[in-house]
Design a protein around this ligand. Structure first.
Ligand SMILES: NC(=O)C1=CN([C@@H]2O[C@H](COP(=O)(O)OP(=O)(O)OC[C@H]3O[C@@H](n4cnc5c(N)ncnc54)[C@H](OP(=O)(O)O)[C@@H]3O)[C@@H](O)[C@H]2O)C=CC1
Ligand SMILES: CC(=O)C(=O)O
Ligand SMILES: [Mg+2]
Length: 578
């Protein structure tokens, strides 16, 4: 049949102007697109789609009349309907998929839902469910939600960045998928993490969704299960290391700066520690970089510790800290605590580190192990005889604060918690590892084993626990409290570099948001329901510090930084179309 027949629309069909329907599979066609958003294009554009909330006038003006059923809903009614539907799912992953579908269909409604129901939806788009989503990402993959930069793109990363439809990017969250939460190497499927983190940048920190860019760098995976999974979406090869890895990252960092300028924030997320510290060190003097696992976690934990002093008494310097896990999170937190104590007492940081002890997979970090330690552990190798087990370390060090950052679940045993409770009137126990399956202990275990004495917070959320007639509300010690506000603070001040003083400012701002009502419940973090206000306060403190350090490029400095931060925040209410 001649192409002419198709163009003329045989049989009353639609004209196949470009020959797409008539092309055989081995013939080439051009993927034409339209740039004017109206009619179906408008309904399929998540940024502008309002679903049933298009008004009668808008339906006429934008050619969507008849493409929608007659009812006109308010955004509030749409929200009510969606929450009702979401609550019908028993399986958290199904809720996750439904929310991702919504994000790809109607962005403003997605963010409205997130903001208004943050405590209920955070565990779905974020830890713990995002962990399961990454494990099964190949199976549930529908549409690309971010940029994939693999070894195949070596030499053309700048071109790949230009393929992303948005040109003005303020925040990039990038992972190479090697340490996804406490779930290990998930390769290319780690993409769920940058996507989830950036949705929090918008929902919790008010950064515009169009200026957020999730990126996964795929250098292969050492996860055999994924390599043998027919649905795996990444490169089917072992991880590139050494020069090959460094060159790809170097090209990426260079291209990012070239394409988006000096002030784009690059947040490193869930890299393995053998790369994470080096990348942060290498790029912190040339780029605006932030490692969430090292720095964001440090800042959120320090905030919790500062707040907890209201409950446990004393100053930070009066406490003794013991960590299980001496990687990014553990040593990052340890260093920020040491810096804060040094700031408060004027003692040199080499001194203030001495009350902080860490245990890794080989036992307590002590000076006799110095030679064989990774560089980030060396400052913590204090004089002490070797101790292998955590329980014995607790007995020997007698910590007032126990922090889990090992990525290994169930490591705070009954004996460990009991030992903490026997040493302290109010032991502070933080089980930071994510997702829930990797938590060092559960909230229930912390409260019952300590006989209600523990002040407890965890990386992934736990429900309140009733013990001997009293209800204990566990807090969530997660960097999600920090990075959205921290990033917003960098953006509104036009920061060009990140410094430790800004992390301390963020911690102090978060701690100041804990109310008496929160303390009365035993909480050391404010509830997430107030997170937009909290983020605005964190942003203002971080921005103020940035100006003070001379690292701000947005001049003149706004007078009221809290108000300014609030005024810059994206809000997801629908806009009216002319
Ligand atoms: N709540 C929050 O906001 C955050 C939570 N996390 C969580 O913290 C965990 C760790 O992350 P990160 O620090 O980046 O990971 P790393 O891999 O950098 O560090 C893990 C550390 O735990 C140690 N470890 C592993 N197994 C054991 C064990 N059985 N006993 C004692 N120590 C052990 C490792 O020891 P060795 O060095 O000897 O191998 C290493 O020092 C993850 O689960 C992550 O989800 C991370 C960031 C933020
Ligand atoms: C919360 C986080 O960043 C992590 O678990 O890696
Ligand atoms: Mg992380």
């Amino acid at each position: 049949m001649a192409t002419e027949d198709f163009v003329n629309g045989v049989g009353g069909g639609v004209k196949d102007l470009y020959g797409e329907d008539s092309a055989t599979e081995d013939q080439l066609i051009t993927p034409w697109n339209f740039s004017v958003a109206s009619g179906c294009t408008l309904l399929r554009d998540p940024r502008y789609n309002k679903g049933l909330a298009f008004t009668e006038k808008e339906r006429d003006a934008h050619y969507v009349r008849g493409l929608l059923p007659p009812a006109v809903f308010t955004q509030e009614l749409q929200e009510k309907r969606l929450m009702h539907n979401l609550r019908q799912y028993d399986v958290p992953l199904h809720k996750y998929i439904a929310l991702m579908d919504l994000q790809e269909r109607n962005e403003r409604l997605f963010y409205k839902l997130m903001i208004d129901n943050v405590e209920e939806l955070l565990p779905v788009v974020y830890t713990p469910t995002v962990g399961e989503a990454c494990q099964k990402y190949g199976s549930i993959y529908r549409r690309p939600q971010g940029l994939y930069i693999s070894l195949k793109e070596k030499g053309k990363i700048l071109e790949v960045l230009k393929n992303w439809p948005e040109k003005t990017i303020q925040v990039i969250v990038v992972t190479d998928g090697e340490r996804i939460l406490g779930l290990g190497d998930l390769g290319c499927q780690g993409m769920g993490i940058p996507v989830g983190k950036l949705s929090l940048y918008t929902a919790l920190g008010g950064v515009r969704p169009s200026s957020c860019l999730p990126i996964t760098i795929d250098v292969g995976t050492n996860n055999e299960k994924l390599l043998n999974d027919e649905f795996y979406i990444g490169l089917r090869q072992k991880r590139a290391t050494g020069k090959e890895y460094a060159e790809l990252l170097e090209e990426f960092m260079h291209a990012v700066k070239q394409n988006y300028g000096e002030k784009v924030l690059v947040q490193f997320e869930d890299f393995a520690n053998h790369n994470a510290f080096d990348l942060l060190d290498k790029y912190s003097s040339s780029h605006l970089v932030f490692n969430d696992d090292i720095q964001g976690t440090a800042s959120v934990v320090l905030a919790g510790l500062l707040a907890s002093l209201k409950l446990v008494g004393g100053t930070l310097a009066d406490h003794t800290f013991l960590f299980l896990g001496a990687g990014e999170a553990g040593t990052g937190i340890a260093e920020l605590i040491a810096l804060e104590i040094s700031k408060q007492t004027k003692a040199p940081v080499e001194e203030t580190r001495k009350k902080i002890w860490l245990v890794d997979s080989k036992g307590l970090i002590v000076s006799s192990r110095l030679q064989s330690l990774q560089h980030f552990k060396k400052p913590w190798a204090h004089e002490h005889e070797p101790v292998k087990e955590l329980l014995n370390a607790v007995k020997a060090i007698k910590p007032t604060v126990l922090i889990g950052s090992s990525g290994v679940g169930k490591t705070f045993t009954k004996e460990v918690v009991e030992a903490m409770a026997s040493l302290n009137e109010k032991p502070l126990i933080l089980a930071l590892s994510n997702p829930t399956s990797q938590s060092e202990c559960t909230a229930e275990e912390a409260y019952t084993w300590s006989k209600g004495k523990a002040i407890f917070a965890s990386g992934s959320p736990f429900d309140p626990v009733e013990y001997e007639g009293k209800v204990f509300v566990p807090g969530q010690s997660n960097n999600a409290y920090i990075f959205p506000g921290f990033g917003l603070g960098l953006i509104i001040s036009g920061a060009i570099r990140v410094r430790d003083e800004m992390l301390l400012a963020a911690s102090e701002a978060l701690a100041a948001q804990v109310s008496q009502e929160n303390y009365d419940k035993g909480l050391i973090y404010p509830p997430f329901t107030n997170i937009r206000k909290i983020s605005a306060n964190i942003a203002a403190s971080v921005a103020a510090k940035t100006y003070e350090l001379g690292l701000a490029s947005h001049l003149p400095r706004p007078k009221d930084l809290v108000k300014y931060a609030e005024s810059c925040m994206y809000s997801p209410g629908y806009r009216s179309y002319r």
